[in-house]
Design a protein around this ligand. Sequence first.
Ligand code: NAD
Ligand code: DAU
Length: 339
Amino acid sequence: MKLIVTGGAGFIGGNFVYYILNRYPEDQVVCVDALTYAGNMETLSGAINRPNFKFVKADIADRETIYALFEEEKPDVVVNFAAESHVDRSITDPELFLRTNIIGTSVLLDACRKYGIQRYHQVSTDEVYGDLPLDRPDLFFTETSPIHTSSPYSASKASADLLVQAYHRTFQVPVTISRCSNNYGPYHFPEKLIPLMIANALNDKPLPVYGKGENVRDWLYVEDHCSAIDLIIRKGRVGEIYNIGGHNERTNLQVVKTILKELGKPESLIRYVTDRPGHDMRYAIDPTKIHEELGWLPVTKFDDGIQKTIQWYLDNRAWWEHIMSGEYQTYYQKMYGNR
Ligand code: NAD
Ligand code: DAU
């Protein structure tokens, strides 16, 4: 099987590239990535010399280039991870999110129509469902929960999902969609909560917690997300949406305090800062469908996953220290300077 994996130089896409290469040596992986600030060739250093791996630097919204690529590669399966993925950046620059997340998806879908594929898989997010109240722990997102987005990021991802469904119904493109909760693990860009807190704690810098830190996220170890997508592209039903999550809900404050404890750093490093505008309160996934239909279950509990993740950041300092120098400093000053 030949897979085009878009966004493979990013966090989840990179982990997915290794997941496929390690489990299916007979498969061929063509990674397509524009190498934005979030893409990093160092993430792919263990893949780049493998005979069944190829890297192509390209923008998924560049129609001519994407058509030429499909014509040359003739992929069987396309898995679209490529996206602008950070909610905070979508609040400061919404338009970029529309271009990559919506137009980029539409270009990929058109290429699938034109050249024919066995499966197009859209990597979506639980954020398309909006949020849940803190005082209703009995509520979870199912695949039939209404779309109810909060940020330009989640609105762009929901728009892309609707396009994917429209291309299935109108043009019979064989699609699947997965909506996953918050991931964590190796190669996570240090602008997101967990890697940022690990890096700042290791550097004895303040840990910026938005609002009171009461917001809840449902954390999934990235390899469990990869195994779910792998099952969906091989065994999932065409036209279906699958939620992915592992019932690992934590408040942000719990996550931050766990990291500090694991690293032996004081809680006095926590700094409460101005809240994110439109901040979603709680995400929580009901993964019954993927479990019952495809037999998927996550294997990593949060307490183990966070230890593995912290160890990875300790063992791979060069990876995140390169990122956090240069351009990243400008971002950090803009995002946290006056907060
Ligand atoms: P990321 O920001 O770490 O990586 C995104 C990758 O896409 C980068 O390598 C970047 O260079 C590439 N990219 C961006 N614009 C591109 C373009 N126009 N053309 C080609 N490549 C482009 O993101 P991530 O956290 O790995 O998320 C991957 C996908 O999973 C996204 O679609 C995101 O919405 C979804 N998702 C993420 C999470 C999470 O917790 N991180 C959870 C659920 C779903
Ligand atoms: O739920 C899936 C989504 O999870 C994905 O679709 C997104 O691509 C991904 O970025 C993530 O979105 P979040 O907004 O939940 O992740 P983030 O790591 O940015 O923030 C997690 C929580 O931590 C959130 O409640 C905001 C808070 N936070 C974040 C940062 C960066 C802080 O308190 N301080 C911070 O400095």
